[in-house]
Ligand binder design. Structure first.
Ligand code: SF4
Ligand code: SF4
Length: 391
């Protein structure tokens, strides 16, 4: 029988030797190598979160040393290893891998690079109200087993980007953006992620929560030492428990309820967890993304009324280098270059944050209006009270 425990370990740095020891410890506790042996696995695909070209200190991408250490351990144990992703950015994947610090993984031959944006893709069918068929990376077919290596961060649409959201990266390139257009309501987009999870998901998760992010993730939030590594096989339980640590009751979120109805999620009990004796059950003063507080309204209001209680992407003209990556990425075609400025048509904008994700110089900020700020302050007070009570 598969070991279903979710193992939490404290870890506060990316020193290779220490990391190797801790990762091996998680693999041992979760009996990963026994499973690989039983299933006669020869090849393993690692799926990090590689959102764009960011320095590791910004906590946007899964830390390169973290990925390298996992690849090295697996390689030493005789497995063929691949590292693959399809990014949200417009850089070629080879450049992304190289400039985000992943080059040594391939130079040392711990793993081969898998570009999820290269054809042929694989078509899969989904049980979703709007989309029945989607394309995913063809590279997945080449491997016997998949380990997801998510970064623990906030997300403007899903509140958290970790186990569930990291696998959105198996959808090649620009298609990801098109789905934001189709599912412009946060609720529908999150349900789409659940439908994808129902169809295809990794075999194992190892979360890089050492340097994580709070605030306005998934890019441009606040890097935060969360000092955690998490290993396990149930992605939704991992995310559900991490949300709890962020001060959010996952069971009250629509997409978790949707997953529960589909038999994919049940709440996390103490018996599901393997935790250190000095475990902190809550992240202190954790800041959620401001856009996520809009979701209750965008889920019920028609699109043309989003402006009433919207958060807005704002461009810092001093920082903007006019690269136009945001214009190409915007699923609503709400951005255009006018003279020497990028302008946003807020009547079209759905506050998805895709432009912010791809901006190479962090020139886009998400700003709330007065009602949103009031909501935000209220939420912060509520979170502080909850945090003090240790709930
Ligand atoms: S302007 Fe930015 S936030 Fe608005 S729809 Fe376009 S990409 Fe999304
Ligand atoms: S806001 Fe960022 S992504 Fe958009 S044009 Fe300026 S620098 Fe490029």
């Amino acid at each position: 029988m598969k070991n279903t425990k979710i193992v939490f370990l404290k870890q506060n740095n990316y020193y290779k030797q220490e990391l190797e020891k801790k990762i091996r410890h998680i693999f041992k506790k979760t009996e990963l190598f026994n499973e690989l042996k039983e299933k006669k696995v020869h090849s393993i695909l690692l799926k990090p979160n590689l959102l764009g070209i960011y320095s590791p200190e910004l906590a946007v991408d899964t830390h390169p040393i973290f990925v390298e250490t996992v690849a090295m351990i697996l390689k030493k144990n005789g497995y063929i290893v691949g590292v693959g992703d399809s990014s949200a950015s417009f850089y070629k994947m080879e450049r992304l891998f190289t400039e985000s610090g992943y080059a040594p993984i391939f130079e040392k031959k711990y793993a081969v690079m898998e570009n999820f944006e290269l054809e042929p893709f694989t078509e899969i069918t989904l049980e979703n109200q709007k989309i029945k068929k989607i394309m995913i990376a063809g590279a997945l077919k080449k491997y016997d087993y998949v380990i997801s290596l998510p970064k623990l961060k906030t997300h403007n649409i899903s509140l958290i980007t970790c186990a569930l959201k990291n696998y959105y990266g198996i959808i090649p390139g620009i298609r990801k953006t098109q789905y934001h257009h189709i599912f412009h309501r946060f609720k529908d987009f999150n349900r789409f992620l659940i439908d994808l999870y129902a169809k295809i998901r990794p075999d194992f998760y190892l979360v890089d929560g050492i340097l994580g992010m709070d605030g306005d993730g998934p890019a441009g939030g606040n890097p935060r030492h969360l000092d955690l590594m998490i290993g396990g096989r149930d992605g939704l339980k991992i995310d559900g428990y991490l949300l709890k640590m962020m001060g959010v009751n996952a069971e009250k979120l629509d997409y978790f309820q949707y997953a529960e109805k589909k038999g994919l999620y049940s709440s996390v009990g103490r018996n599901d967890l393997d935790i250190p004796f000095d475990f902190d059950f809550m992240f202190k003063d954790f800041k959620l993304p401001i856009a996520s507080r809009l979701s209750m309204f965008t889920n019920i209001l028609p699109k043309f009324m989003f402006g009433f209680l919207r958060v807005k992407p704002i461009i810092d003209k001093k920082k903007c280098i006019l690269c136009q990556a945001c214009i190409k990425k915007c699923p609503e075609k709400a951005m255009k270059l006018t003279g020497k400025m990028v302008k946003i048509d807020y009547n079209k904008c759905i506050a998805c944050g895709c432009c912010k994700e791809v901006c190479p110089v962090d020139a886009i900020h998400i700003k709330g209006n007065i009602p949103m700020k009031v909501l935000s302050i209220g939420r912060n007070i509520y979170e502080k009270i909850r945090s003090k009570k240790g709930k």
